[in-house]
Write a new protein. Sequence first.
Length: 219
Amino acid sequence: MRQYWNHPGFSRANARIVTEGARALLDRTGQAPHLVFVTHSLPDAMDDTSGPGDDEGNLYSRQHAELAAAITAEASATLGTTLEHDLTYCSRSGPPSQPWLEPDVGDHLRVLAERGVRHVVLAPIGFVSDHMEVVFDLDTEAVEVAEEVGIELLRVPTVGTDTEFVLGLVDLALERAAEARGEQVAQPTWPGTEPRPSVCRPGCCPNLRVSKPAACGMD
């Protein structure tokens, strides 16, 4: 299937989940919470080469940033308040000398606390299930940092088996099957964004160690 970061089934499900979390904190505290979106970190060099190989680059971080902004805009409109947000990363590994995407979610919570933020909705938009990594990095480590710096943290769930998300996956599978049959297909996305191709363009996301063709591509 094509990448579904901007498919309505994925984006709407995430927007609803985040809005529900923000509403819960807003109703209880009377203050608009800060939205902190989280995805998996990776080396800067890999992000620099992510994309179709035509000098676009940084597709990985840009897609997450655009999704976070779109969710924030929708949640703000639904709740009738202005919500601020940031994109953060987790699960860094590799040697300390190697630059990875930042800020780390725990480090950023400390920065927010210094700025006076006291209520945060933590949204793992870069993951589709509450697997071990999400539970440890967010429900254990991030929660410990939040408690240490005096932030009330509400971690909302991943889309998981959310009906809207699953139905979107069904639509994507049917779309891909029709495409493989040579049929003209509609490829819905949210306004202002374009669908990524189901088959990667030549040179997409090149391997940094040795030249290899894309696993699903035209190389």
